[in-house]
Design a protein around this ligand. Structure first.
Ligand SMILES: *Cc1c(COP(=O)(O)O)cnc(C)c1O
Length: 473
């Protein structure tokens, strides 16, 4: 049993801040580091050690409290503090639109445009012809209309913001009718009923989870009704005995009762994926073609652009949204706008878009290409030549992710790694802590990597990470 006395003694034996600072002053490693940072890290390390001693944590044993050991800890912590917090990583999960890993990679044209616009003044809100104040939406409005067929359009911070803005503009303090089958929650706690509450609109649920009919909407319509809303059930599917009201029918109902109709498309796409052998996902063009008043969708899901929320629809409505004071709070940034404009331009030629927008390219990659990559990666890993390492190819599935194409299993060929004497959890942790981190998944006791989302040039990162681990274990 450890006595109070022992603890007191160990607390006292900890070197003081001044003393440690004096030591670090002599060390060339610390020369380049701002002193306030060093001081802050020293204080943090001492604080951690004190807490560890008080908590009887075995890591705070006597040998760990010497000046040398404490300075070693300070060095490690400083190195961490000097590394960027936001860093690139290898996405080997096979989930193309992975929200936790940054959703979409920008096309080269978009990246170049961001770099160009970030360091220059621009006509962001300046009309060069009239020499007067302009609108920042000009950069993308015409393009969105051209591609989607909408009368007017704008872009805001994200689709959650777009939905909030539209509800607030169209239906604040009025009733919004939504099918019970469409009251979705998207990851990160975006729930249609909650967003509705924030906008001041009142939710009127109709139908049941699996079946909603036109008469359900019709019976609910009253003087209080301000909007008919359809939400794309982008991250789940109701299968079996189901019925929902088509957008066309909903738009007809809206006409009949003189009510605006809105659709939250979520992952909105301009490309009909069924043309590429994938599952059908409703396109923005189809939604607009029904004569709908307004449709909103994300910029960084299936569109493959930057984080943004796009609002397209009838001119009168879009003008009202532009004038809503809340719009300012959800304003799109100029770098995002630069990325979005360049991405949209690529859609003028669909095959060009599919080739050059990484999200589209990864989703539509033929299995033979992925298999060839899997074989290349496996061969490269086998070069490590360690008898404990086993590398196998397996038939698995990738996912679109980002709450899109929920039922779609994309066939893929994965590279599965197993190291004799090393648990798969240890292997996964090592890969995750690599610089840059490599994120894969664990399946059938293997570390599984899906080449669908691994970018060119990243195979050697994986090879190095594995050979380093094999040298250590
Ligand atoms: C993803 C999604 C949202 C939120 O979009 P963000 O761009 O992530 O804000 C809203 N509605 C639906 C149906 C979605 O799928």
């Amino acid at each position: 049993m450890e006595s109070n006395n022992d603890r007191q003694q160990r607390l006292r034996s900890l070197p003081g801040v001044d003393r440690l600072l004096a030591q670090t002053d002599k060390d060339p490693f610390f020369k380049t580091i701002p002193k306030p940072l060093t001081t802050r890290v020293i204080r943090g390390v001492l604080e951690d050690l004190r807490s560890a001693i008080m908590a009887k944590d075995p890591s705070a044993h006597e040998d760990a409290l010497t000046e040398t050991k404490v300075i070693e800890r300070v060095c490690t912590q400083l190195q961490k503090a000097l590394e960027p917090n936001l860093k690139p990583l290898v996405n080997a999960t096979g989930i193309v639109v992975h929200t936790n890993l940054g959703r979409s990679l920008l096309a080269e044209a978009a990246r170049e445009n961001v770099a160009r616009m970030a360091g220059a003044y621009s006509n962001l809100e300046f009309d060069l012809e009239k020499s007067a104040r302009g609108s920042r939406y000009t950069a993308v409005e015409g393009l969105i209309c051209e591609i989607s067929g909408a009368e007017a359009a704008m872009a805001v911070n994200n689709n959650a913001g777009a939905v909030l803005l539209c509800l607030d503009t169209i239906a604040s303090s009025r009733q919004v009718i939504v099918s019970r089958g469409e009251l979705v929650e998207i990851g990160g706690s975006f729930r249609i009923p909650d967003v509705m509450a924030k906008s001041g609109a009142r939710l009127r649920e109709v139908g049941t989870t699996n079946r909603t009919h036109p008469r359900d909407y019709e019976q609910a319509i009253c003087d209080e009704t301000g909007l008919l809303l359809k939400v794309h059930t982008s991250n789940f599917a109701v299968v079996g005995f189901t019925a929902s009201v088509s957008l066309t029918d909903l738009v007809a109902l809206g006409r009949k009762y003189r009510l605006p109709v809105m659709e939250d498309l979520g992952s909105g796409t301009f490309v009909d994926f069924s043309r590429y052998g994938l599952m059908k996902e409703p396109t923005v063009q189809e939604s607009v073609a029904t004569g709908i008043d307004v449709v909103t969708f994300s910029g960084d899901k299936l569109l493959g652009g930057p984080q943004a929320g796009i609002i397209a629809g009838k001119r009168e409505l879009i003008d009202a949204v532009k004038k809503n004071p809340l719009t300012r709070a959800l304003r799109i940034d100029k770098m995002t706008l630069a990325a979005l404009e360049a991405t949209l331009r690529l859609y003028r030629n669909e095959s060009e878009a599919v080739r050059s927008i990484p999200t589209l390219r990864m989703l539509t990659r033929p299995l033979v290409d992925i298999s060839a990559d899997a074989e290349d990666l496996a061969r490269q890993l086998q070069r490590i030549d360690d008898p404990r390492l086993s590398v196998e190819l397996a038939d698995r599935t990738s996912r679109a992710g980002g709450g899109s194409l929920p039922l779609l299993d994309l066939p893929t060929k994965s590279v599965d790694v197993h190291i004799q004497g090393v648990s798969v959890n240890t292997l996964e942790r090592h890969m995750r802590n690599n610089r840059p981190p490599i994120i894969g998944r664990i399946e059938s006791d293997r570390f599984v990597m899906d080449p669908r989302t691994i970018q060119s040039g990243e195979f050697s990162i994986i090879e190095n990470a594995l050979s380093q681990l094999l040298k250590r274990v």
